[in-house]
Design a binder for this molecule. Structure first.
Ligand SMILES: Cc1ncc(COP(=O)(O)O)c(C=O)c1O
Length: 468
């Protein structure tokens, strides 16, 4: 067994093996991967974060009184986020493992604050992040998703207000949304929630660390944070645009009373009383220490200049895309460039870009929202813009020449057996995806959401099997 050899293996050999495994991953650095990773391209930052991580990786967040270093760093991170996101002096918060956990906890706090509501509900635009749906599914909070205008991807605040009912425990909105990088009309939505006496959470997991800096640079960022009346909580992921290693997000509440139902406590057993603010109980201090070191090292001035580079790169990438005939760019409001086309097959284009070393994120059709390509732009993209523009032109030309993907006849009849389908689509054993994904993406784009979910869950469960 590879992870448990009969005899232990020397440390340097193990690291060589790990490096060999990592060779098959997409590049986390260098500005060529437009999703999943956030690269500030700052010399020495990885080394600092790794050293800080190592110093605290065995520290356990289970009991902050045993490890006051962790408590101090968590309070520092929460204070920095509160300061950045317009929090009043009453603001409190928690450090979580990521955006999904922050959202689950925001929903849990809202649900548990209203034990009088038997069947709690959550109102959100359909463009809100899937993690809120996951929170609803885990916590049995039903979703009321409000459609957006299919040409602007914007939700009508009046429709959000109208969706609030007697069982609504939370209204959620995004600043910005992941898919298109657009900021919801937070002030109007939060105002409606306030009038109805319902909590309002702003999911700023993606952009919460950039929007305040973009505003300081003169960008027209509308009010979106705790300074907005009616916003009761907000989440921001440090492992995104604060450029920390993975595993750190912050959930802020306007005051202690709002946070109180987030806690879990249990004393009714013979062991220690378990008191947790977050989902995990034992938690490594590693990510928290790495985040603390990263913030202290980059500093406010560093984030401002990273935001400058990111803004300029975003503008330049958007201009490069807009200059290509037949590609339509969604108006840029943050650091996402999303584009659509009615004439070029976006999935073939994504393959052509990948063949040229640019890894983008195809997004599927949803109702009358068209498919698109998503680019998360980070500071590391800045020196690559011209290369990207050149390759985009060539990739579009190649995609036009190839034409759209046609699904093989009868492919939908195979949907009953994912194994057959995986074979038909050329999905190899051992987790190897084909080099070209256009066929699979076209199939997923055509499939209704529940079929897409079923296919991808089955596919993932095929991959996630141990080799005996
Ligand atoms: C707006 C938004 N919310 C929540 C999340 C979920 O964050 P995580 O992947 O850290 O759980 C993301 C991730 O991209 C996001 O963009």
């Amino acid at each position: 067994m590879r992870a448990l050899p009969a005899q232990g293996i020397a440390a340097n050999e193990v690291l060589r093996e790990l490096a060999a495994l990592r060779e098959h991953d997409l590049p986390t650095h260098g500005g060529r991967l437009f999703a999943y990773v956030y690269d500030p391209a700052l010399d020495g930052l990885d080394e600092l974060a790794a050293a800080a991580y190592a110093m605290s990786s065995h520290v356990n967040g289970l009991d902050p009184t045993a490890f006051p270093s962790l408590l101090a760093m968590e309070n520092d991170l929460v204070a920095a986020a509160a300061h950045t996101l317009g929090g009043p002096p009453s603001t409190v918060g928690s450090v979580t493992s990521g955006g999904t956990e922050s959202l689950i906890l925001a929903v849990k706090a809202a649900r548990d604050a209203r034990p009088d509501i038997a069947e709690p509900r959550l109102v959100m635009p359909v463009t809100a992040h899937a993690a809120l749906a996951k929170a609803g599914a885990y916590l049995r909070v039903a979703l009321d998703t409000v459609p957006v205008d299919p040409s602007t991807f914007r939700v009508d605040p009046a429709a959000m207000a109208a969706a609030i009912g007697p069982s609504t425990v939370l209204v959620a909105c995004s600043a910005p949304s992941y898919a298109h990088g657009l900021i919801d009309p937070i002030a109007d939505i939060a105002g409606a929630a306030l009038a109805a006496g319902v909590r309002c959470h702003v999911d700023a997991c993606f952009g919460g660390w950039t929007l305040p800096y973009l505003r300081r640079l003169g960008e027209p960022v509308p009010p979106f944070d705790l300074s907005v009346p009616g916003v009761t909580s907000i989440s921001v992921d440090l492992h995104k645009y604060a450029y920390t290693p993975k595993g750190v997000s912050i959930l802020l509440h306007r005051d202690e009373a709002l946070r109180a139902p987030q806690y879990f406590g249990y004393a009714d057993w013979p062991g220690y009383t378990m008191v947790n603010p977050v989902v995990s109980s034992t938690r490594s201090g590693g990510p928290i220490a790495a985040a603390w070191a990263t913030l202290r090292h980059i500093g406010d001035d560093g984030y401002l200049s990273l935001a400058t580079r990111t803004r300029d790169a975003t503008r330049a990438i958007a201009a490069a895309v807009a200059s290509v005939e037949d590609l339509t760019v969604v108006p840029v409001e943050s650091t996402v460039v999303a584009f659509m086309s009615t004439t070029v097959d976006l999935f073939v284009l994504a393959d052509e870009l990948a063949a040229r070393g640019w890894h983008t994120q195809p997004q599927f059709r949803h109702g009358n929202i068209p498919p698109s390509v998503h680019l998360t732009v980070t500071a590391a993209v800045a020196p690559r813009v011209q290369d990207f523009a050149t390759d985009l032109t060539a990739a579009v030309k190649a995609a036009r020449a190839l034409g759209p993907v046609e699904l093989p006849p009868g492919i939908f009849e195979l949907l009953g057996s994912v194994e057959d389908l995986a074979g038909a689509l050329g999905l190899g054993a051992g987790g190897k995806l084909p080099d070209r994904m256009a066929l699979i993406n076209t199939l997923l784009n055509t499939a209704p959401p529940e079929v897409r979910e079923r296919l991808l869950i089955s596919f993932l469960s095929l991959l996630q099997r141990p080799a005996w």
